[in-house]
Design a protein around this ligand. Structure first.
Ligand SMILES: N=CN[C@@H](CCC(=O)O)C(=O)O
Ligand SMILES: [Zn+2]
Length: 402
């Protein structure tokens, strides 16, 4: 992760199938493609071409913002105090349950477009503000519809165990998920009505304990979903051990992971999806990225976009990861591209500029790629083009000239 393969004076060729046909020295590629005709040629002289960014953790389908709770937290309330008082996830659940599918889709599309303008070309999107079958399905359908209407690529996650719904015990909620919700999702996946990739649980004191988490994740795995869950965020829960044991692809947060948990994840090749925005907003001690990297854990990053952490920008996440979690800029970029693709089981096709992979690019108007991390909040002026499968999905004519 420390050594990125930076090509000076490079070219990249993307075919009509959206895949990279060649990448490397411009001189070699020019002679290789002599006489070829191209639909479009972009002159990126003086600019940098990076792989499209991958956001490995978001909650982008919801109604009702929580700006009032931001004020409460600034005044000293903790995340769990707000949650236990019926706010937090419960507030968003009430608003999302009563929102129409159409309203949720319009909100999701505008958030995804915002992410795309910040360079994200592949994003994980969770359900989890329904906590009962109808609303969870409504959210998954909205994610499915966004996938069909926008070029940004989506990895969909069922997160019906995001909180214990009001009026149910944890055991009852677990039973409902395993015996009612997951079988229905399985049926809709089989008929092609839904495409769900991952299963998630918020494994936390006062939410889902280790046993319930195990039971839900195992049931999801049995129907072919990748395990990708919230663990060891506010309290050490042994989530890392559980994830390693179940063959989880990813565990998010991990602010409170133990040394043993880190070793178990490294051994099992379970990636850590670290979310600096959450630690920043909730004033948590930042996840121990350095210890994880030193132990050989596959570290990825995500924006954690949700009504608690309203951030759509992976460049800002990379900056925070460097400053708060002591990651280097190359590590932050690898964590937001190839490693984030790994967390979503897409590293064979996404996350780097290699022949045969998908032609997803971010082109910035700066002489060094590091500007994308360094210019905090400056991505709107820096990003010149965003390209997905060889198509320009965002073009910004107002880029700054340095
Ligand atoms: N920790 C649990 N879930 C989210 C927060 C969701 C919310 O507060 O609405 C997270 O990843 O930070
Ligand atoms: Zn989350």
């Amino acid at each position: 992760m420390q050594t990125l393969a930076v090509v000076e004076n490079g070219s990249v060729v993307i075919g009509h199938d959206g895949l990279i046909k060649a990448v490397g020295s411009a001189e070699i590629i020019e002679s290789q493609f002599k006489g070829a005709t191209f639909d479009n040629v972009l002159d990126a002289s003086g600019m940098c071409v990076l792989p499209g960014l991958v956001d490995a953790h978001t909650h982008p389908v919801w109604a009702g913002d929580r700006v009032h709770e931001f004020a409460m937290k600034l005044a000293g309330a903790t995340y769990m105090e707000v949650h236990e008082a019926g706010g937090g996830i419960h507030f968003t659940v009430a608003h999302t349950r009563s929102a129409t599918q159409q309203h949720l889709l319009a909100a999701l599309q505008s958030r995804l477009e915002r992410m795309m303008r910040a360079g994200t070309t592949l994003v994980e999107c969770k359900s989890g503000y329904g906590l009962e079958m109808d609303t969870e399905l409504k959210m998954l359908r909205v994610i499915h519809a966004a996938r069909q209407s926008l070029p940004i690529e989506i990895s969909a996650t069922y997160c019906g165990a995001h909180a214990v719904p009001k009026g149910k015990t944890m055991e009852e909620a677990t039973q409902d998920i395993v015996a009612v919700q997951l079988p229905k999702i399985k049926e809709l996946m089989a008929s092609g009505d839904l495409q769900v990739d991952n299963i998630d649980v918020f494994c936390e004191k006062g939410v889902f304990d280790l046993n319930s988490t195990r039971c839900i994740l195992q049931a999801g795995k049995d129907m072919g979903l990748n395990i990708n869950f919230h663990g060891d965020e506010l309290h050490p829960m042994n989530s890392a051990h559980l994830g390693a044991e179940l063959g989880a692809l990813a565990i998010s947060h991990l602010e409170e992971v133990t040394d043993d948990g880190i070793a178990a994840m490294a051994n099992a090749k379970t990636s850590a999806v670290l979310l600096p925005t959450t630690a920043y907003i909730l004033k948590l001690s930042p996840p121990r990225a350095r210890d994880m990297l030193d132990a050989g854990v596959i570290v990825a990053l995500g924006s954690d976009f949700n009504p608690n952490a309203y951030c759509c920008s992976m460049p800002m996440v990379m900056h925070l990861a460097c400053v708060m979690m002591k990651m280097s800029m190359p590590e932050a970029l690898a964590a937001s591209t190839i490693n984030a693709a790994y967390a979503l089981n897409r590293s064979q096709t996404h996350g780097s500029l290699e022949t045969g992979k998908q032609g997803d690019l971010v082109i910035i108007n700066a002489p060094r790629w590091e500007h994308l991390v360094y210019q905090f909040g400056g991505h709107q002026e820096l990003i010149r083009y965003v390209i997905i499968k060889g198509e320009i999905v965002y073009e910004n004519e107002k880029v700054l000239t340095l």
